[in-house]
Design a protein around this ligand. Structure first.
Ligand code: ATP
Ligand code: MG
Length: 315
């Protein structure tokens, strides 16, 4: 069997949360239990599903991915279970569904939280019986598939609210894997940017060496709502736009820079506040330290150009 270090598209990251995820994947890939993957958009849920398949005993079988949110409600039953000729207008031939297509392999039910309630009952039935019935058919067909489902919704909450069946939730959630958001693993930023930089340098015949310290600062403060997908897009964009051999702050998307400055401002406020909480302070001493700090920074930034440093400091 294939190990996690041999999969086609590696799961990148060295942070604790990614290492823990990879360990879990290794532990559960060999079994045929249902797996639920939860995580924000762009955190690699599909990547993990593919890894689970490649590392499983059914790796030589098909891997079929279906986006439950992208199929109209009226078609989804026939998509998943197939239909018999003449069972509805437009059903001109007998057609197998995705369950049958995935027989002997893995069926990846992406965005499972979008599945309409009426379909959730039928899916639960199929999982319990390990068999499906094509739309319009009388007989059932035995199916042997490994089910991996994914969602960026809180299904536990949805099941309490009644928009997702609790019994289906428990059926899918035999093993739960969580893909961590990028902002919770900023320790991986250096590694990830290096890998994407190499990829886009190669693709665009460039030789950009890295980020200026302040540009990296912005990258580290950004919230990355689109996670790795967003990071990859930003990297492609900056490699295209950067004219020097180092990525400058001004090459980053402006909205990212603005947001990062705000976040940095807030964290500065917190630092100052915690100083205050720690007890009686010497205000003059602290102010002098701040002055000295920014003077040194400005001199470093301007490579010891005193005039330029004064200008930067607004003196
Ligand atoms: N840990 C990772 N290592 C390498 N690439 C990653 C990682 N996580 C995500 N990616 C890449 O980011 C992109 C998005 O990943 P993927 O489609 O698996 O995310 P997702 O969680 O399914 O997102 P969505 O909920 O939006 O469908 C892909 O190009 C994928 O290869
Ligand atoms: Mg996805």
């Amino acid at each position: 069997m294939v190990s996690i270090d041999e999969i086609k598209r590696p799961i990148l990251g060295k942070s604790q949360s990614v290492e823990a995820l990879k360990k879990m994947i290794t532990r559960v890939a060999a079994s045929k239990t249902n797996i639920l993957i939860i995580g924000e958009s762009g955190t690699g849920k599909e990547l993990v599903a593919r890894a689970l398949h490649e590392m499983s005993p059914v790796a030589s079988g098909p891997f079929i991915a279906v986006n439950c949110g992208a199929i109209p409600e009226t078609l989804i039953e026939s998509e998943l279970f197939g239909h018999k000729k003449g069972s509805f207008t437009g059903a001109h031939v007998d057609k197998p569904g995705l369950f049958e297509a995935a027989d002997g392999g893995t069926l990846f039910l992406d965005e499972i939280g979008e599945l309409p309630l009426s379909m959730q009952v039928k899916l639960l039935r199929a999982l319990q019986d390990r068999a499906i019935r094509r739309v319009g058919a009388n007989d059932t067909i035995k199916i042997d598939v490994r089910i991996v489902a994914a969602t960026n919704k809180n299904l536990e909450e949805a099941s309490k609210k009644g928009t997702f069946r609790e019994d289906l939730y428990y059926r899918l959630n035999v093993i739960l894997l969580e893909t961590p958001p990028l902002r919770d693993r900023v320790g991986d930023m250096e590694l990830l940017t290096e890998i994407f930089l190499k990829k886009f340098n190669d693709k665009q015949k460039r030789s950009i060496t890295g980020f200026t310290p302040s540009a990296m600062e912005v990258m580290l403060h950004h919230r990355w709502p689109g996670n790795i997908r967003e990071l990859e897009n930003v990297m492609e964009r900056v490699v295209t736009l950067e004219s020097s051999n180092q990525i400058q702050v001004n090459t980053l998307p402006p909205e990212m820079v603005v947001a990062a400055r705000k976040a940095a401002g807030i964290s500065r406020e917190f630092t100052l506040r915690s100083n205050f909480i720690m007890g009686p302070m010497d205000l003059e001493k602290v102010l002098q330290e701040v002055r000295d700090f920014y003077k040194r920074e400005a001199m470093l930034y301007t490579k010891n150009d005193e005039e330029a440093a004064k200008k930067l400091l607004g003196l």
